[in-house]
Every structure is written in C-alpha cells, then in structure tokens.
Design a binder for this molecule. Structure first.
Ligand code: SAH
Length: 374
C-alpha cells in the first residue's frame, strides 16, 4: 500500500487542525497546543513540542509535516523596508513579501498567487502571467517567516498588520486566503484583530459579497478610475463587474457592520487619470460610501507604458478630493532600492541579473541595520 502523504500542518486553520487530530484518533484540543508551538513559538520540530507525549510526537512525525516556503533572498532597504523572496516548490514558483516598518506598526504585505490573471495594464505582476494559486501554508508561511524573523531580531510584537497587497488577486484564491486569515486572527496563532488585516481586491464583486457574509476584515479596493470606459482600460475585470456593481458591493460591505470605511486605491498615472476633472468624477462616486482614498504614485518598471503623475498634480488631486470631504493619503513609496515598492513585486524575479549584490544581505547581518532604522 502506498504510504499516505504527510499533512502540512501550516495548511490547517484551527477547525481543520482539530479535524486532523480527530482523524488520527487524538483529542481536538491538541490543535490549540500545536498551533501555539508552530505559530507563536516558531517551533517546527515535533520533538521540541514538550507538552505532547512521546507517542503523539512519533505519530506526528509519521503523519504530518511543517513545510515552510524557502527563503532565497532577504533584502533590507535603506528606509527599513525588508523584502523576502520565497520559493514555494522550486524556482518556478516564487513570490515576495515585504515588511514596512512605520512608527510602532510592522506591516507585512503578502502575496496570494504566483502571478495574476487580471492583467491590469499598469501592473508589473500582470506581465509575468499566472502560474498558480498559493496554498494556505504558502500564504501563512509568509507571515510565519517575517514574524519570527522580527521576533528573533528583538521586535517582540512581531508583525502587527497584514495587507494582502502583494502579488495576485486574493479574492480569486478565496478558500486558501480565508483559512490563512483564520490563522492570522486566531488567539492560538498570531492574534491579529480583523481590522489589522486588509484584503485588497481589483473588484471581484461576487467574492466581496461572500466575504461580507463570512468575515470582518478591512477591505481595500483598487479603483484607479471613476468611469467605466477608463477603468476597463486600466483594470479589465471592470468589463465583468462595472463600477456601479462594485460600489454597491462596497456599500453593503460597510453597512450595518463594525467596519468604518473602505479604502480605495488610486494609482496616479500621468495624463491618464490624474486631472481635476477625474478628481471631480471620483468625489461624486465616492461621496455616498464611507471611504478613505489612497493615492499611489505609479512605480515605473522596465517597458511600462505609463509614467507617474507629477508631484504637483498629485498634490492638487489630493487637495481637491480632501476639500470635498474624503480622507486622502498619498502613499509613500518605500523600498525602491530593493524593488519592494508597490506593484513591483517579483516582476524582476525572472530577471535576477538586475539584483545588485550590495543589496543582498544575509539574515545574520540584518539585526543591527533594522534596529538602526527604528
Ligand atoms: N489584486 C489586488 C492586489 C494587488 S497589488 C488588487 O488589485 O488590489 C496592490 C495595489 O498595487 C493595487 O492597488 C494595484 O493596483 C497597485 N499597483 C500595481 N502595480 C502598480 C504600480 N506599478 N505602481 C503603483 N501601484 C501599483
């Protein structure tokens, strides 16, 4: 008989972990113990899980495994942003996650897919096509690695916020993202409050509705244009789910819930979506929704067909929208020197020759530098 493949415990949220223990003839409360060992203490060796009996540890050795993504590059930017390149199963499936330290927040930007199917015309991930969805283990593995790297470096709170704004469309990998989310917010794992976890979507309307039924995470929507004609060019999924449908789903998402507002993301593209007329249109459609606007200066990459709007244009756009009652923040571009800026994730993985060696530093050299930036 073929031996069963061991279960990767990183794939399991609490209820799946309880089912696993029951399936091997153990009590479900073992799930809490093992989750604490893995996610809170960063232990992946069953032999070190000292409150489990020897017999149970032996059983786990046989039936389970704890397989993390493999860190191949760990880079630190001059501004404190830190980026990991992770291989999931060999070199073909690589993703990146980025740590953005800010005041007393440690935000981790994580990926949900290898590549993306949505083909937004300004996004570098789109250029590399789509390989596959990440598994829960591969999504939560990004948080595990970053969190425990921080704790090891003396930042005892580790990661405080998660944004699913890396590669991929999280709402097109719904089930794996949901169980990763359960683990992020579990008291026996990372204990993040749902407010501190943000899912960013290009506008997969049915999935926003489904999300609305099942969780309370913060929602960010990549709007980028306030009329259908322009949005179709920038975010092609708009052809399937036009702005009105998207905004109706957003209204429902905030209505009657504890969620304060939706964050709308708007990339600033020179001469494309950045005029005061565009700002007026935007105010008109956002006014009825409790919202916050994030203006993202476009980050160029080789062969990009767009340019970033001028600083003055961005400021005028921001001032106009603010004056009309919508909280607006221009996002700071972080980690440019290590290609960790918004929208640049992994676009260059396939062209690794660009990475300059001076930015590739080993984990053991990071402590001092990270401390120096905080
Ligand atoms: N699929 C999700 C997550 C993607 S990335 C979504 O669309 O929301 C997170 C944000 O970065 C999105 O708002 C995306 O539109 C934006 N982005 C992508 N490429 C960019 C670039 N080159 N410059 C600035 N922002 C970019």
């Amino acid at each position: 008989m073929k031996p069963e493949t061991p279960v990767n415990l990183l794939d399991l949220d609490r209820s799946a972990m309880q089912q696993f223990f029951e399936s091997i003839g153990e009590k479900p409360f073992r799930a809490k113990q093992v989750m604490q060992w893995i996610h809170q203490r960063g232990i992946t060796d069953f032999d070190l899980m000292t409150d489990l009996s020897k017999a149970l540890r032996a059983k786990l050795q046989e039936k389970a495994t704890i397989k993390l993504p493999e860190v191949t590059i760990d880079q630190l930017s001059a501004d404190g942003t830190r980026k990991w390149l992770l291989h999931m199963d060999g070199v073909e499936n690589a993703v990146e996650c980025v740590l953005i330290p800010e005041d007393n927040r440690m935000t981790l930007c994580i990926s949900s897919q290898v590549g993306c199917t949505l083909n937004c015309s300004f996004c570098s991930t789109a250029k590399q096509g789509f390989n596959r969805n990440l598994r829960t283990a591969e999504i939560i593995g990004q948080l595990y690695l970053a969190h425990h790297a921080l704790v090891k470096d003396g930042f005892e709170n580790g990661i405080t916020n998660v944004v699913m704004m890396g590669m991929g469309e999280p709402l097109l990998n719904y089930d794996a993202v949901m169980s990763a989310l359960n683990i992020m917010c579990d008291d026996y794992a990372y204990c993040l409050s749902k407010r501190r976890v943000t899912i960013s979507t290009a506008g997969v309307v049915p999935a926003i509705k489904k999300l609305n039924q099942s969780t309370d995470v913060s929602l960010a929507v990549s709007l980028h244009a306030a009329n259908d004609e322009l949005r179709e060019q920038l975010v092609p999924i708009n052809k399937k789910y036009p702005i009105k449908q998207l905004l109706d789903a957003c209204k429902d998402y905030v209505k009657g819930h504890n969620r304060r507002r939706i964050t709308f993301e708007y990339v600033m593209l020179k001469g494309i979506n950045d005029s005061l007329e565009h700002a007026r249109e935007l105010v008109k459609i956002l006014k009825p929704i409790p919202s916050k606007l994030n203006l993202i200066p476009f980050n160029p990459y080789p062969n990009a067909i767009y340019q970033c709007s001028d600083r003055k244009t961005i400021d005028q756009f921001r001032d106009y929208v603010m004056k009309n009652g919508i909280i607006t923040v221009t996002r700071k571009t972080r980690g440019e020197d290590i290609d960790a800026a918004c929208g640049q994730l992994v676009g260059r993985v396939k062209d690794r020759s660009r990475r300059s060696h001076k930015h590739q530093i080993s984990i053991k050299n990071l402590t001092g530098q990270l401390n120096a930036t905080n």
